[in-house]
Design a protein around this ligand. Structure first.
Ligand SMILES: [Zn+2]
Ligand SMILES: [Zn+2]
Length: 309
């Protein structure tokens, strides 16, 4: 069955600055630092390239077989006036929505810590809440194949999440165990985000299919890192096999790394003024703590590769 992931990219506001006052010395120092940061990140990109496979030819139902997407390099990202966390809105909120098994609860906790390490932003776990029932016929349905209830993503985004996003939230990401659909044209979706409203919802309902704990954990980490990237204007990656590459089915998700390719890593470090070495060290520590020894070693090697950056 063909899987569809729906994302809503809404227009970014272009902020116009009309002042042309002479820049004070501190601004010049800042401009110099920004230039150095970009040069450092370009150097880091080169060091990390050997760790990633260039994107191969898409097969069958792979994402790129049906989506003709352009790439987005680090430079193109910088030129796109991306949404950045601000001093006032720096925190990412994770909300467990509905009821979960103990394993799912554990995974949501781990995912919150992964996003924190991955983006170098504070992450707050909100108290769990339920979706009010009964749901109206326009907000829920029984899936024709599974005969199980599904909730419409638009209802969760607008009716549940938008009213509760905290003022300091860069993004609010809800996880649900309920199955989701985006509209009549979709059988189901993994999730959906609204960049404009800084909210997204992601379902665990289909991630556990034929999966043991390790696979389920990795799938959830990948989806969380990927969708949070969209909230910071990162587009799908077509240059490398990357956590930011689009996926059409779980086989494709499973084949992707949990990490961002060199171009996407530079975007992430630029977003929060993070040093690549420190980021890789944090991710290595996260993986070691959560029983992901192979990934921890790879992050250690990446940290060593960018040791002077
Ligand atoms: Zn995506
Ligand atoms: Zn990438």
């Amino acid at each position: 069955m063909r899987l569809i992931v729906t994302f809503i990219f809404l227009t970014l506001l272009l902020l116009a600055c009309s002042k042309t006052e002479e820049k004070p010395a501190s601004n010049m120092a800042t401009a110099h630092e920004a230039k150095k940061e970009r040069a450092d990140l370009r150097a880091a990109i080169k060091k990390i390239e050997p760790f990633f496979k260039p994107m191969g030819k898409p097969k069958g139902y792979d994402w790129l077989a049906s989506h003709n997407e352009p790439s987005q390099t680090f430079e193109e990202y910088l030129d796109s006036n991306p949404t950045k966390p601000t001093t006032e809105r720096r925190k990412i909120y994770v909300l467990p929505l509905g009821t979960f098994t103990s394993q799912q609860k554990k995974i949501i906790d781990i995912v919150a810590r992964y996003i924190e390490a991955f983006y170098d932003l504070p992450v707050g776990l909100m108290p769990a809440r339920s979706v009010k029932r009964p749901l109206s016929v326009k907000d829920s349905r029984l899936n024709k194949s599974t005969h199980k209830e599904q909730i419409r993503t638009g209802y969760i985004l607008d009716g549940v999440l938008k009213p509760i996003i905290p003022a300091d939230g860069a993004a609010l990401i809800a996880f649900t165990a309920d199955d989701l659909y985006a509209g009549d044209a979709t059988n189901y979706v993994f999730g959906e985000a609204s960049l404009e409203n800084r909210v997204g919802v992601w379902s665990l309902a289909r991630l556990g299919d034929n999966a043991n704990y390790d696979t389920f954990l990795r799938r959830t980490l990948k989806i969380a890192a990927h969708e949070t990237g969209h909230m910071f204007s990162m587009r799908h990656c077509t240059k490398y096999e990357c956590v930011m590459s689009g996926t059409n089915h779980l086989g494709e998700t499973d084949s992707r790394p949990i990490d961002a390719c060199p171009e996407c890593m530079a975007k992430i470090c630029w977003l929060t003024d993070t040093k690549p070495k420190e980021r890789y060290e944090r991710l290595a520590a996260f993986c070691r703590k959560n029983g992901m020894a192979k990934e921890a070693e790879e992050f250690d090697r990446k940290a060593a590769a960018v040791k002077n950056i």
